[in-house]
Design a protein. Structure first.
Length: 286
């Protein structure tokens, strides 16, 4: 990033917490960015997500809500003196118990661009996060395992015989409404997907869309309050799916780019870190 928060270059890797021991994070980072460090005494590196988990590079303890999404960070002692690494803390909630790590940075990016925001942010994913924002703080949040449950049911359960592939937009919209209206009957409704395939030869695409719609509809019903107009933060495909679900429910929603907001949140975090450490953030590439 430039001092003006403009992207100068970017790199991607599949090397993450799932495959790295703590002492392997620094070499993995250097494999990606060693040439960026040439000719510099130090370079600030701000990291969010699972690198700060207990099994990651180094644990960055959660901060409890209500709080601003960008808060404490942990400085990592590195072998390469050119690296000035800070790991961002995730958020936690004691009652009911919940945690997030990484999504808070996207929230921080959205709040940096929309400082007066008040309401609910929906961050769909394997474990979807729903965060409520008031007065510049995350006041509470909820995690829904919708994405993981969909994957398990469509790949590992008896429903895999009926939901292998394909899609039907109309079936999805109908199922969203049904899932939202009858969330308490979700477990009994799910088996109708299997029975429908056996008795009525319902196409796999319609069944797959119906499974997704039932799960998302039940999720939305449990996380939304009357009058909510959620902002969806995520990748284009999944964000569009949730946007269509809200439309099916007659709920107004807006889409925001998850990748762009992650960068905005990292830049906002860097400014906070710089203000606390005395580093001149206007003169240091991040």
């Amino acid at each position: 990033m430039s001092p003006a928060d403009v992207v100068l270059d970017q790199r991607r890797s599949d090397q993450g917490m799932g495959g790295l021991a703590p002492d392997a994070f620094e070499p993995a980072l250097l494999t990606l960015v060693a040439d960026w460090l040439e000719g510099r005494d130090t370079t600030d590196v701000v990291i969010c997500g699972m690198a700060g988990a207990r099994q990651g590079w180094q644990e960055a303890p959660y901060q409890a809500v209500p709080c601003a999404p960008v808060g404490p960070s942990v400085a990592v002692k590195t072998r390469d003196p050119r690296l000035n690494v800070h790991l961002l803390a995730g958020l936690c909630q004691n009652e009911p118990a919940d945690v997030m790590r990484g999504e808070e940075t996207q929230i921080a990016g959205y709040m940096a661009q929309n400082p007066t925001v008040s309401g609910v942010l929906c961050l769909p994913g394997t474990h979807s996060k729903w965060a409520r924002i008031t007065g510049g703080k995350v006041t509470g949040f909820t995690t829904a395992m919708t994405g993981e449950v969909f994957s398990l049911l469509s790949k590992k359960s008896v429903l895999r015989f009926n939901t292998a592939d394909g899609w039907d937009d109309d079936a999805f919209a109908r199922a969203v409404r049904e899932g939202a209206q009858r969330a308490d009957a979700l477990l009994t409704t799910l088996f109708s997907l299997r029975a429908g395939g056996l008795l009525a030869d319902v196409p796999a695409g319609a069944s797959r869309a119906r499974l997704s719609g039932l799960l998302i509809g039940a999720e939305c019903a449990s996380c939304l309050r009357p009058g909510d107009a959620p902002v969806i933060i995520g990748d284009e495909k999944l964000g569009a799916l949730y946007h269509s679900a809200f439309n099916a429910m007659g709920i107004s929603s807006a889409l925001a780019d998850g990748d762009g907001l992650t960068r905005a949140g990292l830049c906002a975090a860097h400014r906070v870190i710089a203000s606390r450490t005395g580093v001149d953030s206007t003169g240091v590439d991040k």
